[in-house]
Write a protein that binds this ligand. Structure first.
Ligand SMILES: O=C(CO)[C@H](O)[C@H](O)COP(=O)(O)O
Length: 237
C-alpha cells in the first residue's frame, strides 16, 4: 500500500520508535493516526516472533492491536510500563504537549504516567514555540457542563488566555463521548502563555475529568521531516 508523503513521515517516526522496543517489554500503545503506525510496526515485529505485552489507550487501538495478535493487558494486570509511544497534536521545546484531538486524552495520560518513558512520534507540523495553535481538549463529566465550562473560562482568564469553548460533536452532529463516557470541550484559547499554570488551574476544577496539557510526561519527541529524523529529549531516559 502506498502512503501519502505525510503518512510516510509518520511511519518513519514510528519505525524509529519501534527500534526502541526490546523483547519482554511492557508497552503503552497510543491513539491516533501516527500512533497507529507504531501499532503496525509492533504488530509486524510480533508476527516475526517478538514477545511484548501492550496496554492500549483506546478501544480503537485495542481493536487494531488485536488484529495483529499483539498480547494485550490492562493497567490493573500490568500497572508499570517500560515505554509508551503516542502521537500529539502539538509539542513545544520543553516537551510539553497538547493531546486529545482523537478524544483519548484521559487513558493516554493514565498510561503515559504509568510508564518509565513516553516517546512522542510526530511529523514536523506539530512543532510550536508556544502551545495553543491546536484547540485544547478538556474532558468533562456530563454533570453540570455549563458550570464546568464557566470554570474553565475563569481558569484560562486567570492564566492569561481566553477564547471560545465548544462542546465537541460527532460527524453526524451528536455529542462526542470519550471511551469513558465523558464530553470534550475544545478550547480555542490561542497562545497559552502559562501552560503549567493553566494545567494546575484545570486540575482544580471538579467537573474536569482531564485536560490535554501533558506536562512533564514526554521524555523524548521523534520528529520526522523531509530531512529525516530529529530527536528532542533523551530516547534512553
Ligand atoms: O492525542 C491524541 C488522541 O487523543 C493523538 O495522539 C493526537 O490527536 C494526534 O493524532 P494524529 O497522530 O492522528 O495527528
Amino acid at each position: 500500500m502506498s502512503l501519502s508523503p505525510v503518512e510516510q513521515l509518520k511511519r518513519l517516526a514510528a519505525e524509529r520508535a519501534a527500534a526502541l522496543v526490546k523483547p519482554g517489554m511492557k508497552l503503552g500503545l497510543g491513539t491516533g493516526s501516527t500512533a497507529a503506525h507504531f501499532v503496525d510496526c509492533v504488530g509486524e515485529k510480533v508476527r516475526d516472533g517478538l514477545d511484548v505485552v501492550c496496554v492500549p489507550t483506546s478501544e480503537r487501538t485495542r481493536l487494531q492491536a488485536q488484529g495483529w495478535n499483539i498480547k494485550l493487558s490492562t493497567l490493573d494486570e500490568t500497572p508499570e510500563l517500560d515505554l509508551t509511544v503516542d502521537g500529539a497534536d502539538e509539542f513545544d521545546p520543553a516537551l510539553r504537549l497538547v493531546k486529545g484531538g482523537g478524544g483519548a486524552l484521559l487513558r493516554e495520560k493514565i498510561v503515559a504516567s504509568s510508564s518509565k518513558r513516553m516517546v512522542v512520534i510526530t511529523d514536523a507540523s506539530k512543532e510550536v514555540k508556544l502551545l495553543g495553535k491546536f484547540k485544547l481538549p478538556v474532558e468533562a463529566d456530563l454533570f453540570g457542563l455549563t458550570a464546568t465550562a464557566r470554570k474553565i473560562e475563569a481558569a484560562a482568564k486567570a492564566t492569561g488566555c481566553a477564547g471560545p469553548i465548544v462542546l465537541r460533536k460527532t460527524a453526524d452532529g451528536g455529542r462526542f463521548l470519550t471511551d469513558g463516557g465523558n464530553a470534550i470541550f475544545d478550547c480555542d484559547f490561542g497562545v497559552i502563555p502559562d501552560a503549567d499554570g493553566l494545567a494546575l488551574a484545570l486540575n482544580a476544577i471538579p467537573g474536569v475529568v482531564e485536560h490535554g496539557l501533558f506536562i512533564g510526561l514526554a521524555t523524548a519527541v521523534i520528529i520526522a521531516d523531509a530531512a529525516g529524523i530529529r530527536v528532542l529529549g533523551d530516547l534512553s531516559a
